[in-house]
Design a protein around this ligand. Structure first.
Ligand code: HEM
Length: 261
């Protein structure tokens, strides 16, 4: 009997995911390839500076609850990315017969399982607390058309943005989708009893690895934007405040709403 279209599709995916060197290289590219690309970008383009410098006027942006949820999800996520890389790609690059490999894999596996639970708690809290402010609006499209104003050649551009910019909203929804896939498939792998069928295991693993690649790549971009690219952004997730000039430049529509009492 001819395989149905969906059977053909899932067996194509499984074939792809059974080719270990390809998966290893894609995993490495999703983190290190993106880091290299961004490093090159910042060398050529430079950072995004505050056009009028710091005003010294602080504005409340994130509540303590939001900051706690962010770091509860983010710190374990970083551990999951690193340990996931070791587990998913390590065998292509290291001697799997050596004793030290065994120690590294055991440590990575324990840490991966241990960090999954605070990640799920923090991730779920972020999604539940923030989803309403992450709905796309018309001017977000212009934000993408102007690359968020991050290209430093020509006239400075500061496209409209609300509390979250188009790019941040995209990150939020990609994160939410990958988070759900990773959590559901991760729980299936951690508790094999809840997996619907033995034959589904390779598909579950493929979904887990595929969404990890996407989340890994986006997380690197997010960290780069927050910590390196955008001058003045980092403090917002440390003390909950931003400078008024940063708010005006990067989130003008939100700034308009808060400057009125
Ligand atoms: C060292 C790593 C990280 C740094 C420095 C960092 C920094 C930040 C900063 C500064 C903001 C606020 C941006 C703003 O006020 O507009 C933010 C927002 C956010 N972060 Fe992170 N982050 C990191 C890792 C992560 C990770 C791993 C995740 C995913 C688990 C994550 C998820 C988010 C989300 C969903 C937002 C909200 C997006 C928005 O602004 O609307 N972060 N982060």
């Amino acid at each position: 009997m001819e395989p149905s279209r969906s059977e053909g599709f899932s067996s194509a995916i499984l074939n792809l995911f059974s080719y270990q060197p390809l998966i290893s290289w894609l995993l490495v590219a999703s983190v290190f390839g993106v880091i290299l690309t961004l490093a090159l970008f910042v060398v050529i383009n430079g950072r995004s500076r505050l056009e009028h410098g710091y005003s010294g006027i602080p504005i409340r942006r994130w509540s303590t609850r939001s900051i706690v949820a962010h770091w509860l999800g983010a710190i374990p996520c970083l551990f999951l990315i690193v340990t996931g890389l070791v587990l998913g790609a390590g065998k292509t690059f290291f001697d799997t017969q050596s004793n030290s490999w065994g120690t590294v894999v055991n440590l990575a596996s324990d840490l991966h399982e241990f960090m999954a639970f605070p990640f799920m708690l923090g991730g779920l809290a972020m999604i539940l607390m923030w989803w309403q402010q992450q709905r796309f609006v018309r001017y977000d499209l212009d934000w993408f058309k102007q690359f968020g104003g991050y290209i430093n050649s020509g006239q400075p551009k500061h496209p409209d943005a609300g509390f979250s910019s188009g790019g941040e909203k995209l990150w939020f929804w990609v994160f939410s989708f990958c988070f759900l896939v990773l959590s559901v498939t991760g729980l299936m792998l951690f508790f094999p009893a809840i997996e619907p069928g033995y034959s589904l295991a390779p598909l579950v693993i493929a979904a887990h690895i595929g969404s990890a690649m996407v989340l890994g790549a986006f997380a690197v971009v997010h960290i780069f934007m927050a910590a390196i690219m955008s001058e003045g952004a980092m403090g917002t997730m440390i003390n909950g405040h931003c400078d008024s000039n940063w708010a005006k430049q990067h989130h003008n529509r939100w700034f308009e709403t808060i400057k009125k009492p």
